[in-house]
Design a protein around this ligand. Structure first.
Ligand SMILES: Nc1ncnc2c1ncn2[C@@H]1O[C@H](COP(=O)(O)OP(=O)(O)OP(=O)(O)O)[C@@H](O)[C@H]1O
Ligand SMILES: [Mg+2]
Length: 353
């Protein structure tokens, strides 16, 4: 890089020889050093999910806050639930409450829809960045760690956890007094690298008690086999299965949701109950019903759509039947050439696996 260079001085600054080694950060601004964590915009603040409708999920949210406020509780909370049962919505509300109580260390909402959000290797550096932004003693430690090695954020999950979380946290002086945070990870099952995802869980669950006396971890995800395998191995956790909740309790929340969402429509209380029975424990089902009904152009169309939903007396054992109805309806209103394309798409999507 400096071949044949003569008579020059370096007055601080920030330069790299592009090999990611031997990087000089002599007088870099600490924020520039922190940016080496290359955080993803995946926290609850980026609005990828809405919070629970007020008045719903009260029991679960209270239980989560009781767990979060008690630093002697089990260090990992695993909220398990099959697709569409409302995990991310609960995680969003939980983050908002944690933040109000100054208990949120950081959050990462994974998503298969974006490369960064489905990359499990981005979770720990992003959480470290968020924690550093709000907790000064940790900030000092992480800056020191990154000054020593600027490539930590792209290293193995094990090294990330050790060098970005465990060691910096352990190095915080006891004179800082009491401190304790919750880290939130939603939709871990949406990360694409199954082995790395298992690795994160296995290393996280094996963190020493010294780590867990300051940090608790909330994970919400689908009960995928490879995740279940790792999380069930540890006794360090609470497990709450959303899909095993009493149907009547979920139904009450779904009825409130349908009622508020459709309050301007010509719908009776009985219709609400019938719709909620179809939704079962699936909020996504109720959400789809609402989208379908709300888009009805006028009262006559609304009643006709209600009949569509109610006459298909399927109970939501599978959401396929609702999508089936919606896709068929969508195809009915199309031109012949559009219909053909849609039918091919429909066959591809709905073919039994
Ligand atoms: N308590 C609630 N109040 C209002 N809407 C809700 C609630 N819970 C879920 N929903 C709605 O239901 C839909 C599905 O919820 P959510 O995305 O949280 O489910 P999920 O379990 O995370 O699904 P996936 O496994 O596919 O990620 C969302 O569109 C959300 O807006
Ligand atoms: Mg989700």
């Amino acid at each position: 890089m400096f071949n044949q260079a003569h008579h020059f001085d370096i007055h601080g600054g920030d330069f790299s020889n592009n090999t990611n080694h031997n990087t000089y950060y002599g007088a870099s601004h600490p924020q520039d050093i922190l940016n080496k964590l290359n955080p993803v915009n995946a926290s609850f603040k980026f609005g990828h999910h809405s919070p629970c409708l007020e008045g719903t999920r009260i029991g679960i949210l209270e239980m989560l806050m009781r767990w979060a406020r008690n630093r002697h509780s089990q260090p990992i909370f695993w909220l398990s639930g099959i697709a569409g049962t409302g995990k991310s919505t609960i995680a969003q509300s939980f983050c908002e409450s944690l933040e109000k109580d100054n208990l949120l260390g950081g959050s990462f909402f994974c998503s298969r829809e974006s490369e960064d959000h489905r990359n499990v290797g981005r979770i720990i550096p992003t959480l470290a960045y968020l924690l550093a932004k709000q907790f000064e003693p940790y900030y000092d430690q992480i800056i020191a760690a990154l000054e020593a090695d600027t490539t930590l954020a792209s290293q193995s999950i094990k090294r990330q956890l050790e060098h970005l979380l465990l060691h910096p946290l352990q190095n915080i002086n006891v004179s800082e007094g009491y401190w304790y945070f919750v880290l939130v990870i939603d939709a871990l099952d949406e990360c694409e690298d199954v082995d790395a995802t298992q690795n994160v869980i296995s290393i996280l669950t094996a963190m020493p008690p010294a780590f867990y006396s300051h940090v608790h971890v909330f994970i919400s995800c689908c009960p995928e086999y490879y995740i279940q395998q790792e999380l069930e191995r540890t006794s360090n956790k609470y497990l709450f299965k959303l899909h095993d909740m009493q149907t009547e309790i979920v139904q009450k929340d779904i009825q409130l949701y349908l009622h508020r969402s459709l309050c301007r429509q010509p719908i009776s209380d009985n219709d609400i109950i019938l719709l909620s029975e179809q939704a079962g424990k699936y909020f996504i089902y109720a959400f789809t019903q609402v989208q379908y009904l709300k888009k009805a152009p006028g009262n006559v169309a609304f009643r006709s759509r209600m009949s569509d939903l109610l006459e298909n007396k399927f109970v939501a054992k599978s959401i396929d039947s609702l999508y089936n109805l919606l896709l068929t309806k969508a195809i009915d209103g199309m031109q012949a050439n559009e219909k053909e394309g849609c039918k091919i798409f429909y066959k591809l999507c709905c073919v039994p696996i």
